[in-house]
Design a protein around this ligand. Structure first.
Ligand SMILES: Cc1cc2nc3c(=O)[nH]c(=O)nc-3n(C[C@H](O)[C@H](O)[C@H](O)COP(=O)(O)OP(=O)(O)OC[C@H]3O[C@@H](n4cnc5c(N)ncnc54)[C@H](O)[C@@H]3O)c2cc1C
Length: 432
C-alpha cells in the first residue's frame, strides 16, 4: 500500500470517512477521471462505533433535521445540512441497498434493525466505488509538501494530493477515536475548541436516592444555569441509574455540564419532575386533592403525577412520610415537597467520561472550514469532516446525519478539486 501513488487519502474509516471515500470515488468515476482513493484506518476492524450505535441498531438519522438539533455555529451548520439533507441521506442509503424505517419518535433505523447492515453497505459501497480500504494503518503525521501531503502511518508513508481527516472525536476511545486526530490537525495550524464528553450520563452525589430507582424512567424538565444565567431548558425522559441519571433529556443537557465544568464556570441543574407545572400551580392542585380525598396517602395522591417508586424515595429524601394522609401533612412539609417536585437541585458530581459518552463537544471551529466544501481555510487540499468538527447533535440520529452530510460534501469537493487539477487545459483557439 505504501508505495502506491495515492491521490486522495482519507484518514479514519468511521461514518464520515466511509461516506467521504464513497463520494470522492463516485465523483471521480462520474467524470471518468482516474485517481486512487485510499482510506486509512488505525483499527484492525472497521466500523466498531457504527456497530454499537443505537443499541446495535444504528439510528441512522432523523425524520426532521434542523440546525436547532445541533450545538455549534448554527449559521454554518444550516448551510452544511442544506447540502445533503435527510431526503438525500435516505436516497443515498437506498442506493447502497439499505432501506430505512421511521419509528414513531422520528428516528430512522435500518429496516433490518441491525447496525451491521449499515456498516456492510458502506464497506461494500466503498469497495464497489474503487476505494482501497486499509485497516491497521494508524496515521501519525500529516505533512504539507509543495505538491500535496505526506501521510506517515504505521505501515509507511503515502503521498496524497488531497487529505480528508475524519478521525472522529474522543468518545469511545477503544474504538480508535482517541482524540489523536485533534493533534494531527493542530499541527497543521488549526485551533481546537476545548473538548468535553457530550451525550453522557451524569453522576449524582451518594447522598441522593438514585440507586433505589435504578432502571426507572419518567418525563422530567431540566433547566441548566451557567453563572446563574439560564442557558438551556428541555423536557424528556430521564432514566435513573445506579450512579446517577441518564436518558435522552439528561444526555442532551450533559454537554452544558461537562463544558462549563471544564472551563471552571459555576453550573447548576434543576429538575422539574412535573413538567409544565410550578410550585404555585401544583399547590392549588394539591390543596384541592386534600379537600376531596383527605385520607388518601401522599404517595397515592402524587401517583397521578409521578411514579410511586420515585415519590417514596423523594419523600424520604425530604423527610416526609409517604403514607401520611394528605390532609395531615404540615404546611412546611407540603411546601418542601412542592419545591422538591418542581425545582430540585440535582447534586451532580461528575460525568461518566469518554468511555460512555456518545459524542464530543468542541473540536475544530467551523469558522476555520469553507462550509461549501469542508475544505480547510488554512490548509488548501485538507478537508475536515465528522465529529472532529465543533458541532455536536442531540440524541436521535443527528450525529450520524452530520457525519454523512460532511462526509458527502467533503468527498464530492475533494473529488471535484482533484479533477479540476488534472483536467488538461485546452489552448485557447487562436484568433482568426
Ligand atoms: C455508543 C455509541 C452509540 C451511538 N449511537 C448513535 C446513534 O444511534 N445515532 C447517531 O446519530 N449517533 C450515534 N453515536 C454517535 C456517532 O457514532 C458518531 O457521531 C459518529 O460515528 C462520528 O463519525 P466520525 O466518522 O466522525 O467518527 P468515528 O466514527 O469516531 O470514526 C473515526 C475513525 O477514525 C479512526 N482514527 C482515529 N484516529 C486515527 C488515526 N490517527 N489514524 C487512522 N485512523 C484513525 C478511528 O479508529 C475511527 O474508525 C453513537 C456513539 C456511541 C459512542
Amino acid at each position: 500500500m505504501t508505495d502506491r501513488p495515492a491521490t486522495i487519502v482519507i484518514v479514519g474509516a468511521g461514518a464520515a470517512g466511509l461516506t467521504g471515500a464513497i463520494a470522492a470515488a463516485q465523483t471521480l468515476a462520474h467524470e471518468g477521471s482516474a485517481g486512487c482513493i485510499l482510506l486509512l484506518e488505525g483499527a484492525k476492524h472497521i466500523g466498531a462505533k457504527i456497530l454499537v450505535s443505537g443499541g446495535g441498531r444504528c439510528n441512522v438519522t432523523h425524520d426532521i433535521v434542523t440546525p436547532k438539533d445541533f450545538f455549534g455555529n448554527r449559521h454554518i451548520i444550516r448551510n452544511v445540512l442544506a447540502a445533503f439533507p435527510v431526503e438525500r441521506t435516505i436516497a443515498w442509503f437506498a442506493s447502497l441497498g439499505v432501506e430505512l424505517k421511521r419509528e414513531p419518535t422520528g428516528k430512522l433505523f435500518p429496516a433490518t434493525d441491525k447496525a451491521r447492515t449499515v456498516l456492510n453497505a458502506l464497506i461494500d459501497g466503498a469497495r464497489r466505488a474503487g476505494v482501497t480500504i486499509c485497516p491497521d494503518h494508524r496515521v501519525r503525521e500529516v505533512i504539507r509538501t509543495e505538491t500535496g501531503f505526506l501521510v506517515q502511518h504505521s505501515q509507511g508513508i503515502t503521498h496524497a494530493s488531497r487529505v480528508m481527516l475524519a478521525t472522529g472525536g474522543q468518545s469511545l476511545p477503544k474504538s480508535g477515536s482517541d482524540g489523536f486526530g485533534f493533534e494531527l490537525v493542530r499541527r497543521l495550524g488549526h485551533q481546537i475548541a476545548p473538548t468535553a464528553p457530550a451525550l453522557v450520563p451524569l453522576v449524582l452525589d451518594h447522598s441522593m436516592f438514585q440507586a433505589t430507582l435504578s432502571g426507572l424512567s419518567h418525563d422530567v424538565e431540566i433547566t441548566t444555569l451557567i453563572d446563574r444565567r439560564e442557558v438551556d431548558r428541555r423536557t424528556g425522559s430521564l432514566l435513573w441509574t445506579h450512579v446517577g441519571i441518564s436518558g435522552p433529556v439528561v444526555l442532551d443537557a450533559s454537554r452544558f455540564w461537562t463544558l462549563a465544568t471544564k472551563r471552571g464556570a459555576s453550573i447548576e441543574m434543576y429538575a422539574n419532575f412535573v413538567p409544565g407545572q410550578s410550585a404555585d400551580t401544583l399547590r392549588e392542585w394539591f390543596i384541592a386533592q386534600a379537600t376531596q380525598h383527605p385520607k388518601r396517602s401522599l404517595v397515592r395522591t402524587l401517583s397521578a403525577l409521578v411514579p410511586d417508586r420515585f415519590t417514596e424515595s423523594l419523600c424520604r429524601h425530604q423527610s416526609c412520610e409517604p403514607q401520611t394522609a394528605v390532609a395531615q401533612i404540615p404546611r412546611i412539609d407540603r411546601e418542601r415537597m412542592l419545591n422538591a417536585l418542581t425545582r430540585f437541585h440535582l447534586p451532580i458530581i461528575g460525568d461518566r467520561g469518554w468511555n460512555v459518552a456518545e459524542v464530543t463537544a468542541g473540536g475544530v471551529p467551523l469558522e476555520e472550514i469553507n462550509y461549501r466544501t469542508m475544505e480547510s481555510k488554512l490548509v488548501p487540499g485538507l478537508y475536515l469532516l465528522g465529529e472532529m468538527l465543533a458541532c455536536d447533535g442531540r440524541i436521535g440520529g443527528f450525529n450520524f446525519q452530520w457525519a454523512w452530510t460532511t462526509g458527502w460534501l467533503a468527498g464530492k469537493s475533494a473529488g471535484r478539486s482533484l479533477i479540476a487539477d488534472t483536467t488538461p487545459v485546452h489552448p485557447a483557439s487562436s484568433p482568426e
